[in-house]
Design a protein around this ligand. Sequence first.
Ligand SMILES: Nc1ncnc2c1ncn2[C@@H]1O[C@H](COP(=O)(O)OP(=O)(O)OP(=O)(O)O)[C@@H](O)[C@H]1O
Length: 268
Amino acid sequence: MEKAIIAKNITKKYKLYKNNKERILDLISPKSYGEDFYALADVSFEAEKGDVIGFLGINGSGKSTLSNIVAGIVPQTSGSVEINGQASLIAVSAGLKKELTGRENIELKCLMLGFSEKEIKEMEPDIIEFSELGKFIDQPVKSYSSGMKSRLGFAISVTVNPDILIIDEALSVGDKAFAEKSLAKMLEFKEMGKTMIFVSHSIGQVKQFCDKVLWLEFGMVKEFGEVNKVVPRYEKFINNWKKKSKLEKDAYRKEAYERQKSILKFPV
Ligand SMILES: Nc1ncnc2c1ncn2[C@@H]1O[C@H](COP(=O)(O)OP(=O)(O)OP(=O)(O)O)[C@@H](O)[C@H]1O
């Protein structure tokens, strides 16, 4: 099987500062300030060509960070990502410039993806039509609602026909009719054999749409495998998690970060 994505030992470190003074001192002083926080610790997974992989995990588990790294939007601290094809990330407002109009954003994003002016002019009407933005297309993106930004981002990404599609919570904002249209487009892409990553909080959508699931927990891979094997275990976990008290959740989190420390034997 041909591989579309090979992510190896991905670690993402953020610095957490107590205040701006610490942040500035860290920049200008040779001494290190702030606390290291690992949003991802040694995450590896592979996607075969045509795989549709759902990223699942509770809030803050690292789903968006990993999808942004795979899309090349955010750099990893260590590890490697090999992409076989052109990825295109659909995230609410990802890559959209606030000061530019919707139309200018279409042009900019397509230019950055390597399309010619002629190709862009040909794609533009399709993008505008899919986005349902109408006359708002010539208004600056900063005046858009999150649903409108999401529609524009989604419309650009599906029209440029990428080899690999990364959809980050695109269906959670905006209206139901648009979500259904987007899901239909994603199913069309799935039938065409495109590789897709789908970041979602909706277990139902993941079940409906994905073949495999990468379950992240506090920046670590909890499970990676077939959707019908992983989802039932994730559902069981979520049901238990919801029943936990704050104290129990904190204890679980603490234990997970201890595990993270042992994974990161050689912190980067
Ligand atoms: N720029 C940043 N600086 C510091 N910490 C960050 C930054 N971006 C993300 N994080 C932290 O990294 C962790 C993972 O965040 P991420 O958004 O990837 O999680 P997620 O699984 O997508 O969460 P959600 O389901 O809430 O969208 C979180 O604890 C988050 O606070």
